[in-house]
Design a protein around this ligand. Structure first.
Ligand code: FPP
Length: 244
């Protein structure tokens, strides 16, 4: 029996190198990367994966050349517009997580429309991390807690106890289960300020395949790897297998 992860998250990397190898502009790599997004979304739905999340643009990516940022944002607007009917047909719920204040009004509007339209869908949850960083998320959650503490002081009550479960509710990923499997393409083996808190027990899978080349067979290999892993969450193997 193969184990299917509930939440798979992907750091899509290598678009620029893919384009360079072909003598093309980096934007062609991102364009082909959208084809990979379509393929993995289809595959995740077919496999009965509950949550598929994709790291599409980090806070640090705002430092890229302006033409690349503009090109990527346009690509996202076009991709969301073009794919929304397919997402609806396939019962996919679409959500975007990140520091959205920095996005253009057009992109924010497009995101809002598709999120609202797909809100009641109960098949695959597709989450796109945009303008996101793990440190940003931890800081905004900490800010919320500081606010709770001040409010409690003013009202002469006590602030909620700061437990891991409570902190989860303050993160921008509140309500989304932690990833079981993280895939990073292009041979890099770093977390790059992605989901820092949420990947405490996540299995990591690295592949040399560049994102624009990543297709269903590559996704299947990552799932096979996951299926072979034994996740212990700090316990012994015997405890996990109920042998003691
Ligand atoms: C990393 O490759 C890729 C990105 C920063 C952008 C990924 C975004 C997409 C594929 C568009 C997604 C669209 C939707 C709607 C989810 P890189 O440019 O860092 O590659 P390099 O390391 O080879 O330079």
């Amino acid at each position: 029996m193969s184990k299917i992860p509930r939440h798979v998250t992907i750091i899509m990397d290598g678009n620029g190198r893919w384009a360079r190898k072909k003598g093309l502009d980096r934007l062609y790599g991102h364009k082909e990367g959208v084809e990979s997004v379509r393929a993995v979304t289809e595959f995740a739905a077919e496999q009965g994966i509950g949550f598929l999340s994709l790291f599409a643009f980090s806070e640090e990516n705002w430092n890229r050349p302006n033409y690349e940022i503009m090109g990527l944002m346009e690509l996202m607007i076009d991709a969301i517009a073009a794919e929304t009917p397919t997402l609806m047909k396939n019962n996919v719920r679409f959500r975007v997580v990140g520091n959205l204040s920095k996005l253009s009004d057009t992109l924010k509007a497009k995101i809002g429309q598709t999120e609202k339209l797909s809100e009641q869908n109960n098949g695959l949850n597709l989450i796109v991390f945009l303008s996101y960083s793990g440190k940003w998320d931890l800081l905004q959650a900490t800010g919320k807690y500081a606010h709770e503490v001040l409010k409690a002081k003013e009202n002469n009550t006590s602030a909620p106890e700061l437990t891991p479960d409570y902190f989860d509710t303050l993160l921008s990923t509140s309500g989304i289960p932690d990833p079981d499997l993280l895939i990073r393409t292009s041979g890099e083996q770093r977390i790059s300020n992605y989901l820092l808190w949420q990947t405490a027990y996540t299995e990591f899978y690295f592949t040399d395949v560049l994102w624009p080349d990543f297709r269903k067979n590559d996704f299947q290999k990552a799932l096979d790897h996951f299926s072979e892993r034994e996740r212990r969450f700090g316990k012994t193997g015997d405890q996990i297998n109920n042998l003691n």
